[in-house]
Design a protein around this ligand. Structure first.
Ligand SMILES: [Fe+2]
Length: 434
């Protein structure tokens, strides 16, 4: 007996030490409850903002009343609105559901790095936004596959603690999945953040609420989350581009045509031909289904798009790609055509904002040569682009509801690495091809 107790204690000590060293993966959390509140028919709900061309911002909101006006009053002092902008509105029906009136109003020209106070349709509370800076540094918050669960709330709380200028979302917003009022509750959930900083989103598979012969996909998404596609020469809300300080950002669509004969491909070529790396030394791309993914979840789903578009992105000298879809985090080396390449793209999968489907735990073993870091956790990322040559990336997992930075990296831009000189010729060749 005397010999057994120390053995048992030793076993328990080793066992507990092993468990403490390993990160315990959190379980999915339930979808949040949203108690319904009676509001005046013109009361602005689901307020969110997005960049809308040079020095302009689009204010979007929903009212229950169909006769509510679409104007926004704004100014740089609280309660004093010296400018008013008139907007547009839309609405849609989906089987038995009828949306409220969805308003989109563009305000500007606005001063950079400035707080503005605004009110929607002459009703309700005053909101406050801050415009991004005109020059670097600039900080982005990044989180995909958000949904509306307890983990989503945790992620949003952590993003709120970070000083960021623009939120980037690589698809799968509300997880409404055909149940339309969930788009409304998602709009309410994100309003505190999305009414204060621009949210730039692209679509995921959960936005595609298609019913064969009855409904086209993306009706709710396009009506509610209008992005600056017209401002960037695109004919579709499913792909567009915008610029912030010294960065050109391209939002692509994984669920619309992407082969070399598609409208998206041709728009991408035209957009890339306009990029001036002297003005925007950084080039970043977002889409939903990852091209570099060593998780078993959604394995190979991005392959078709990758085959069509990777040579173009490589030739253009894209610095960074953010993708979602896989509910886990993964970061690659600079990579091209499946192999590490010093002039390739850093791919980051960050489809783990907090959705109800839970985490994707199973990874291929051993990891591919290009994979540097992978972790199945909910969380968000922060990208601080410091100057034309350096950016700091960090991944913050929701560890016991605290943001714990578990991956970080200084990224050097391709502009400053000499890679672009040799790429210029191959890009011109692709862009000139009929
Ligand atoms: Fe997805």
């Amino acid at each position: 007996m005397e010999r057994k107790i120390p053995t048992l204690v030793l076993f328990l000590w080793i066992f507990s030490g092993t468990v403490a060293a390993d990160y315990v993966r959190p379980q999915p959390r339930k979808t949040l409850d949203f108690p319904s509140e009676r509001k005046a028919s013109s009361y602005p709900q689901q307020v969110h903002i997005s960049l809308a061309g040079d020095r302009h911002m689009r204010i979007s909101w929903v009212t229950d009343g169909k006769s509510s006006p679409s104007y926004v009053e704004y100014g740089t002092s609280p309660g004093r609105y010296d400018t008013i902008a008139q907007g547009e509105s839309t609405s849609y029906s989906y089987i038995l559901y009828s949306s409220g009136k969805i308003h989109h109003t563009v305000i500007g020209p606005l001063e950079s790095n400035t707080a503005y106070f605004y009110r929607c349709g002459g009703e309700g509370p005053e909101f406050q936004l801050k415009t991004p800076p005109a020059e670097l540094p600039v900080t982005f918050a990044v989180a995909g596959d958000l949904g509306q669960t307890g983990w989503t709330k945790s992620t949003l709380d952590h993003i709120d603690q970070c000083k960021y200028d623009v939120h980037l979302l690589p698809g799968d917003l509300s997880y409404a999945d055909y149940i339309q009022h969930r788009w409304d509750t998602f709009g309410e959930l994100v309003q505190p953040l999305a009414s204060a900083r621009p949210w730039m989103v692209t679509e995921g598979n959960h936005e595609q609420e298609r019913i064969p012969l009855i409904k086209d996909g993306f009706q709710s998404y396009n009506a509610r989350w209008k992005m600056p596609f017209e401002e960037s020469g695109s004919s579709s809300n499913l792909y567009y581009s915008f610029e912030v300080a010294g960065i050109h950002i391209i939002m692509l669509g994984s669920y619309t045509g992407y082969d070399e004969y598609s409208e998206q491909y041709n728009w991408l070529k035209a957009d890339l031909s306009k990029v001036d790396r002297g003005k925007t030394p950084w080039l970043i791309v977002l889409f939903h289904a990852p091209w570099y993914n060593s998780n078993y979840a959604h394995q190979g789903e991005g392959d078709g798009m990758m085959e069509a578009m990777e040579p173009l992105l490589y030739a253009a000298g894209v610095d960074l790609v953010f993708a979602g879809h896989v509910h886990a985090y993964e970061r690659s080396k600079r990579v091209y055509s499946g192999k590490p390449d010093p002039c390739g793209v850093v791919h980051i999968t960050i489809g783990d904002g907090g959705n109800r489907e839970g985490l994707a735990h199973r990874y291929k073993d051993p990891p591919p040569e290009w994979s540097v870091f992978r972790e199945a956790s909910f969380g968000h990322g922060e990208l601080k682009v410091v100057n034309s040559s350096h950016a700091f990336w960090s991944w913050h997992r929701n560890d016991d509801d605290e943001p714990l930075r578990s991956d970080q990296l200084w990224i050097t831009s391709l502009t400053s690495s000499g890679c672009l000189t040799e790429k210029r010729h191959s890009l011109r060749k692709i862009l000139m091809a009929p």
